[in-house]
Design a protein around this ligand. Sequence first.
Ligand SMILES: C[S@@+](CC[C@H](N)C(=O)[O-])C[C@H]1O[C@@H](n2cnc3c(N)ncnc32)[C@H](O)[C@@H]1O
Length: 528
Amino acid sequence: MHAKYHRTKKTKQQRQQKQQQKEQQIAKTKPQEHVEPQELQSAFRIEHSELMGRYLVANRELVAGELLISEEPLAIGPCETADPVCLGCYQPVSLAPQQYRCAGCGWPMCSAKCGGMQRPTGHTSAECAFYAEHRAQTAEQLNSKASPAEVRDLYELVLIIRIMLLQQLAPEQYKRIRQMESHTQQRRLNATLWQHYEKNVVQRLRADWQLAERWTAEELHEICGILDVNCFEIGQRGAKARTLYPSAFLLAHDCRPNTSHTDDPQSYAILLRTSRRVREQEPLTLSYAYTLQGSFKRRTFIQGGKLFWCQCQRCADPTELGTHCSDLACGKCKLGSIRATAPLEQLADWACDHCDYRLTASQVERLLDRINDDLEDIDARNVPALENFIIRYRDVLRSNHYLLLSAKYLLCQTYGRVEGYLLPQMSLEDIARKERYCREFLAIVDVLEPEMSRLRAIIMYELHAPIMVQAQLQMQSGQLTRQQFQRRIKEVMQLLRESSRILQLEPAGSAEHEMGLAAAEALREMDN
Ligand SMILES: C[S@@+](CC[C@H](N)C(=O)[O-])C[C@H]1O[C@@H](n2cnc3c(N)ncnc32)[C@H](O)[C@@H]1O
């Protein structure tokens, strides 16, 4: 898959020595309080390439669903672009006067009894004392008159400050974080990015908060880079946080990854599994971007945050592995599809496969931005508005286009769940439409996130209901023979079985785990 990795041939002895060194390296990257079983360590090793730096490789063939990494965060804090959250449990809070605030430092918290109070993964006494010391600098932004942008700027500092406090409180942990890639040199060349952190983090902490004697500009920039490059965004049931893990950060990116991960709602530990069979020597990969986005935007996103242009098999293919999820409809001949002529060159033209019509990359970008803005303006529970969106753009985007698929995915989850569109209230056309959207979405997910992916399991759960309801109605009205009915029921049971098998691997307490339990329960009822 990754022909781009540079490896030199080694003797068997050299390979064994290297293997031992790598296993020791992996052992070093595990959190000290978390001893991994031997078999987890031997499942993979660390390799290095000029292109990707360190990355993980399978030591043996791995089957789908194998647990590879289970580890608690080295650092955790609110997401930089998040709305206000509790510093203890990362659930949303308001800045309204009635919101509970920490008695020590004044930061809004969910309540005095927040489970994250005084916990290393939440609001510690060291953090509280630090903000109490700097109350003058936070007071203005933490009151009900602050603008959302000001509040966000303040939340952006929380994880950086937590990491800087580790220097004294947990120097080993701090050292491990500092060993992560920061891409500081490349970031320095990007004036907009560099100036953002210089103003919002470095100057702010060193000048406004008078910490110049304590923290250097270099180390603050380094931490900002490490966070951008290595953070995982996690959270269950409304909680949202970003985390650095001791070894999961080593996974390379691929736009059709072979692992997937979830997080424990109590400990915030990452649980990373293979999502499909992985061959011996194959790199372990995860996706740094949302996989159901087209290559053009996905690659821009990855370059912006992780500072490399992805060149994976999917990115190199104008049809995105035959999914056609970036195809535009040709407005000139009305027959052809418009795709990137050279997808690894971000500025290359897009061309129709049927006539001579061409678009420049910036025309495509403007079009995608406009349609994306339209979609983002729609409330995810507004069925007519989502249906209108699909009608409005069906002559502009091909039916598998990721923006149409996004609207269809929202509809798959909304049909049957909101008042006016609950299953007993839905027309036969709506039920059939839900089935069609689920099938269209599943066909793409089967390629981009095959086998044991959460997205695939969710959509299979959504698909079972419309098939079941239609089969029952058609059986009652004599439109289906007994044999045809049984065939449909068999499909429903297969969908539920597969969905519950995948979703029950999600941590207890998560919405997905509960969906898995519901699938298992539905299956039991059908068996009886
Ligand atoms: C989270 S870090 C992964 C660990 C990193 N390779 C290291 O040595 O610390 C992400 C960085 O790894 C590199 N990387 C990961 N996947 C890559 C890929 N598919 N192609 C090129 N570079 C990649 C990029 O430099 C990226 O910014």
